[in-house]
Every structure is written in C-alpha cells, then in structure tokens.
Design a protein around this ligand. Sequence first.
Ligand SMILES: [Fe+2]
Ligand SMILES: [Fe+2]
Length: 258
Amino acid sequence: MARPFRLAALGDLHCREDEHGRFREVVKAVNDEAEGLVLCGDLTDRGVVDEARTLAEALSLLRVPCAAVLGNHDFEAGQQREIVRILREAKVAVLDGEYAVFDKRLGVAGVKGFACGFDKGTLQAFGEPAVKAFVQEAVNEALKLEAALGQIDTPHRVVIMHYAPVAATTEGEVPELRPFLGTSRLATPVDAFGAQAVFHGHAHHGTLEGRTPRGVPVYNVAMPLLRKAFDRRFRVIEIAPPEAEPFASEHTYASGPH
Ligand SMILES: [Fe+2]
Ligand SMILES: [Fe+2]
C-alpha cells in the first residue's frame, strides 16, 4: 500500500510586492515539514505582475513540488496570463482544469472554480442572458474539474480550487455573501470521481472543515482563517491512500514568525 503523503496547503496569500520575507518563511517551513505544497488562489493581492514576481522569488526556494490555482484577485488587473507565466518559471504547476503529480504518488487536480450558491439555493440558468452567462462560468469550471479528475491514475488524489465546493466551509461569513463564495456544482465531479480531500480558499471568515455530500473532506485553507484559528500560515494534511481509514489525518505546523 502506498504510504501517506504529507501535503501542505494554503490559499489567499494576497502577496504584495514588498513581502519577500513573509513568504520565504512559509517556504522554509514547508521544506522542513511537507512533501508537497498546494496554493488555493488569490496568490496576489491586486493581480499585478510585481506581486507575482515577489511570490515566485520565494517559491523558487521550494525543495518540494508545488501546484496552484488562481483566485479572483489574480484576475483583477487583467494580468493573469503573465502571472501564470511568472509562476510557471518558478516551477509552480498552475492548474486550470489540468492535474499535476507529486513524487509519482499524489495526483492534484485544480480549477479556480466560481460562485453560484449551494444546495437548494444554487442559481439556475434561467431568464436573462447575464444570469445564464454567470451560471455557465460555474458549469464550465465544474466540467474542467471533471476532465482533470477523469485523467488522474495515482493512488492518492486531491482537488484544489479557490471557491468553496460546499456551504459548510463558508459558515461564519456574512449570510448574504455566501452564495458568491462558491457553489455545490464544484462538489459534483469530486463525488463522481472520488478524491481523498478538497482544499479551497476565498472564504477568509469561513469554517475550517466540511464534507461533500459523499463524505470527501473539504478544507478551507484561506490564510487569514488559518492565522485566526491556529496562528499559523499553512496546514499540513496527511493524505492516506483511499483504502485506508481515516483517509486524511491532520497536522498543523507553525510557519515561523508572523
Ligand atoms: Fe482572498
Ligand atoms: Fe478570493
């Protein structure tokens, strides 16, 4: 049986161009404590290339593989393509409906995701073209995730996204805002194809853990939430193979000075 994989996760880094030291500390701690790193979007704060360069410089010191998805902030300035290029030069696998494999053992499928609401409150494609276009964006993200998950053949697999796939991990946010923080549409491919865990961000004031309808653990790793809950900047989860129970156990490690 494959041994568990120690995976570090965080989202919502909101890196500014002058924050070199902060993310070097995170990288140093991840190198010491984990076998891989996933970044769940909002990598930059205003979506500008200088912020991406600062983050890439820190990430280039990683000694473990790294995969990432973009978040809504990374689109703010229309420089997302350049941001992806800069991060890929630093050996970060930026995923948009693709997957990466860490150490030939852990498959990581990634999409940004989108909003659309949850469960019985999920927005439907009905009425005005603007509503249909909004829903279509969420449908497209779910289809991209389905395509990525359908191709992974590693014994361990996880999913990373920016938006939340379940309502539970947005609990704590302003109720009126929660439908804009994610959508149940993103949980459907996870449950159809199976995964050991889902990691997301975006809900800075949400809840640390939830589960999909079929019981896949969902971790909200938004950095502001981790700092509030643990006074730490990332979380390490041991991803065990699907045969083992429980299929994920948690350790949280300090990431140095804050
Ligand atoms: Fe964020
Ligand atoms: Fe966000």
